[in-house]
Design a protein around this ligand. Structure first.
Ligand code: MIG
Length: 783
């Protein structure tokens, strides 16, 4: 219609695109150094370069003002004192730390960041930093032919993101997640580049809508934002692991989760009554299928009012929670941010009276439609609101709840834009800003508030949070599930690169809805998905209202038996998984990782979507298609032992592996070890018997790993109540040596020794434990 009016020749319709739409930062006029930062005055704007560590440098461009360096919600680390050497020439200025070399060309201002060996990390050529008068900012970087891109948080599609273009704008997407469906719920504006076996990273800390484009141009990639500053960090690497350590040095690590959160979770939209939940628990107990948590979806509430229980359906939540707890099962209720507009509802009253909801600049509260109908949204950017929301969780913690599931926190609103009006104002600790600017951190701040509350209320027990939305740093508070997938084989396939890229984006505790959320699952899909789920960091079966129920027994005994085997296997692997979660909490390295992380020189791993690693020595190669019982498995250099059969496979080769429906191929690297236990029962959960499976090699091999254990549920480990063993396994033709190099922590666990089970020992090969030839009984003592 509008095309028939003079709108058709509106001046705004003349579209200038690409680089031409931007003004260049221009020539460097002068610069000055203060403390650890350099301020550059350029013809069209200002740039600050700030060194964080020898490995990390920050670049901030502001076309209007002096760059602002404070206020990040993602970065929790302050810059260190870094020694910087300067060199000048007429064309360029060179700044060097012991690990980085920055070459700043003056006319026009162009920045190249090299490592200390002169290897180029990021470079600008004819294009560099630009901006528009309407507020957009952009950075163009040279794209090398050998570049592969990873991370970007939660994205559909393949592992390697070269050739893709992504948007960051937290969005509730119920429509099927296709390879091109973007954006989704989480925004982590960070990526890692792998080039010829060496890696570096970039974190673009901008909370506006951002776009990363590795697709449109042949020789450049770019990242841009709708507003704010061009504010990014470069991480020197050079290994994929060190990039992630550097990124999580800035944005923080995941706190060690309680052990129960690493177990199996069962969910449904919704288990609708106390009776139904009790029946569910009974089924798990009677069938001896492990279960650690039942999730309560929105039907538990009174008219979808958060911090309430429906009196009819859940007349006595305290008793229900207590009874389930005695069976070894915890209850995790859903909490959405939307607070029902209801003048007789205490939470709404408090929010209005205390001025805690998001408002328009003119002063009225923003209301959006969600489950409870018109609702108001807490302004988590405000300290006061933060505290209030956290404190409100006493409602749950008093009932014995230790875990909260946060949904709809993009925030999702049932309207055209799917979210809050972008004109709404957030208080933002005295620096008010629009929702357009802060949308992407709404979820992160809700997690922060919730975590703070639970941490206070749980008397030293570890909280568990599960979130749908987030921003860089989300790992500090919550696990992430990947939202509303479907019961499609394609979605099982896609979940692998998605969770691996989340892991590469600093969020190691993640997983999809096992079995698929929407649409009807089927026996084979659910079985194969449960096998994979047993090894993904977060393991929850969840399904949607109106579709088939998908608890492990819903498709008959044949399938139930297989699923039970794998869910139990999850618990048998718990000592190994828990040690890896501990490592993740210390270093940021993910539990589930792509092969390229361990084999960055092996190009075959660069876009390997259908296999993943657990730690540094286990490869899982699940069956991801129906009716298939054989698959190609690529094993990188080394020798690998199939976990279930003990068969040895040569690495640097592809093998055809057979796996009937009750099998999922798993391979352990020869010369390494894994820690295992036995499944006992839901009430006991883990056995006191720990076994170290050592996979003997007869070549010269040496492997080191850490076994970690503690009480699994409190913060006492911060006061040294843990056991940590640094273990070395050395193999050669004559012997397999197992040495405990060091025991740390002063917890003395119930087990006084760890059984050693050597797999694949050759005749004549001795087993030597802590320097002594072992006898019949092979054990490693624990003090
Ligand atoms: O759009 O609470 O992703 O896990 O079951 C529906 C009901 C709202 C979306 C979540 C899903 C949950 C559902 N929620």
């Amino acid at each position: 219609m509008l095309e028939d009016t003079s709108f058709a020749i509106h001046p705004g319709k003349e579209q200038v695109t690409g680089i031409d739409a931007y003004s260049d930062i221009g020539t460097l006029l002068n610069y000055k150094k203060t403390d650890n930062k350099y301020l550059f005055q350029c013809k069209n704007g200002q740039v600050v370069i700030q060194f964080y560590t020898d490995f990390i440098v920050r670049v901030v461009m502001n076309p209007v003002d002096e760059p602002k360096l404070s206020g990040s919600k993602a970065v929790i680390t302050l810059p260190e004192t870094v020694t910087v050497k300067e060199q000048q020439s007429s064309e360029a200025l060179i700044l060097k730390t012991s690990k980085l070399e920055l070459v700043i060309k003056k006319s026009p201002f162009r920045l190249t960041v090299n490592d200390h060996q002169g290897r180029e990390l990021i470079a600008e050529m004819d294009r560099g930093m630009g901006f528009k008068s309407t507020g957009e900012v952009i950075a163009y970087k040279v794209m090398n032919e050998a570049d592969h891109f990873y991370g970007f948080g939660e994205k559909s599609g393949h592992l390697d993101k070269r050739g893709e273009k992504y948007e960051m704008w937290n969005t509730d997407v119920y429509a099927p997640h296709n390879p091109e469906t973007d954006p989704l719920y989480e925004s982590i504006p960070y990526f890692m580049t792998l080039r010829d076996g060496r890696a570096h990273g970039v974190f673009f800390d901008n909370t506006f809508r951002t776009i990363f484009d590795m697709k449109s141009e042949e020789h450049y990639y770019s990242f841009q934002a709708e507003g704010g500053q061009l504010d990014y960090y470069v991480f020197a690497g050079p290994e994929p692991k060190s990039v992630l350590e550097q990124y999580t040095h800035l944005t923080g690590k995941m706190p060690l989760p309680p052990k129960w959160a690493l177990g199996y979770h069962q969910s449904r939209y919704s288990y609708r009554s106390e009776a139904e939940v009790r029946e569910l628990a009974k089924n798990f107990i009677e069938r001896d299928i492990p279960l650690d948590a039942v999730h309560l979806d929105i039907h538990y509430m009174n008219g979808y009012r958060v911090f309430t229980f429906d009196q009819e359906r859940f007349p006595n939540p305290e008793k229900l929670i207590k009874d389930l707890r005695e069976l070894g099962i915890r209850v995790v209720p859903i909490v959405d941010p939307g607070v029902k507009k209801d003048p007789e509802y205490n939470i709404y009253q408090e929010g209005v009276n205390g001025d805690l909801f998001c408002k328009y600049i003119e002063g009225h509260i923003y209301h959006g439609d969600v489950w409870p109908g018109p609702s108001a949204f807490p302004d988590f950017t405000d300290e006061k609101v933060h505290k209030w929301w956290g404190d409100k969780h006493e409602f749950y913690t008093k009932l014995g709840i230790e875990g909260i599931w946060n949904d709809m926190n993009e925030p999702a609103v049932f309207n055209e834009t799917k979210t809050m009006d972008v004109e709404v104002i957030h208080r933002n600790e005295g620096r008010p800003a629009t929702h357009r600017e802060l949308h992407n951190i709404y979820g992160l701040l809700m997690e922060k508030a919730t975590y703070g509350g639970l941490r206070q209320q749980l008397n030293g027990k570890r909280p568990f949070l599960l979130t749908r939305a987030g921003y860089a740093g989300v790992q500090r508070y919550a696990a992430v599930w990947t939202g509303d997938n479907r019961s499609f084989w394609e979605h099982l396939q896609m979940s692998l690169p998605m969770v691996m890229n989340l892991g590469l984006s600093g969020a190691p505790f993640a997983g999809p809805d096992v079995g698929g959320f929407a649409y009807d699952t089927n026996a084979e899909l659910l079985t194969r998905w449960t096998q994979v789920g047993a090894f993904t960091p977060f393991f929850r079966n969840h399904s949607a209202i109106g579709f088939k129920n998908q608890e492990p027994w819903q498709f008959g005994e044949k399938y139930a038996t297989i699923m039970k085997k794998y869910i139990q296997m999850r618990y048998e692997w718990m000592p190994q998984l828990y040690s890896l979660f501990y490592q993740a909490s210390k270093t940021g390295l993910p539990v589930m990782r792509p092969l390229l992380m361990e084999f960055p020189d092996d190009e075959k791993t660069y876009n390997m979507n259908d296999q993943f690693m657990i730690g540094d020595n286990v490869i899982v190669a699940p069956i991801l298609v129906p009716s298939v019982t054989d698959r190609a498995v690529y094993l990188p250099a080394g020798e690998w032992i199939e976990f279930s059969t003990g068969i040895v496979y040569e690495g640097a080769e592809t093998h055809l592996i057979h796996a009937e429906l009750d099998e999922m191929p798993i391979f352990v690297k020869k010369g390494s070890a894994i820690m295992q236990t036995e499944w006992i029962s839901n009430i006991v959960k883990s056995s006191k018997n720990i076994t170290m499976n050592v996979y003997a090699s007869d070549h010269d091999e040496s492997y080191r790993f850490t076994f970690y254990d503690d009480d699994g549920e409190t913060f006492e480990y911060e006061k040294n109540a843990f056991v940590e063993l640094d273990i070395e396994v050395k193999s050669n033709e004559d012997s397999v040596e197992i040495n405990v190099l060091q025991q740390k922590g002063n917890l003395s666990p119930a087990y006084k020794e760890i059984n050693v089970n050597v797999v694949g020992l050759k005749e004549g090969q001795h087993v030597i434990i802590n320097g002594e030839n072992s006898g019949e009984k092979r054990v490693v003592p624990v003090k």
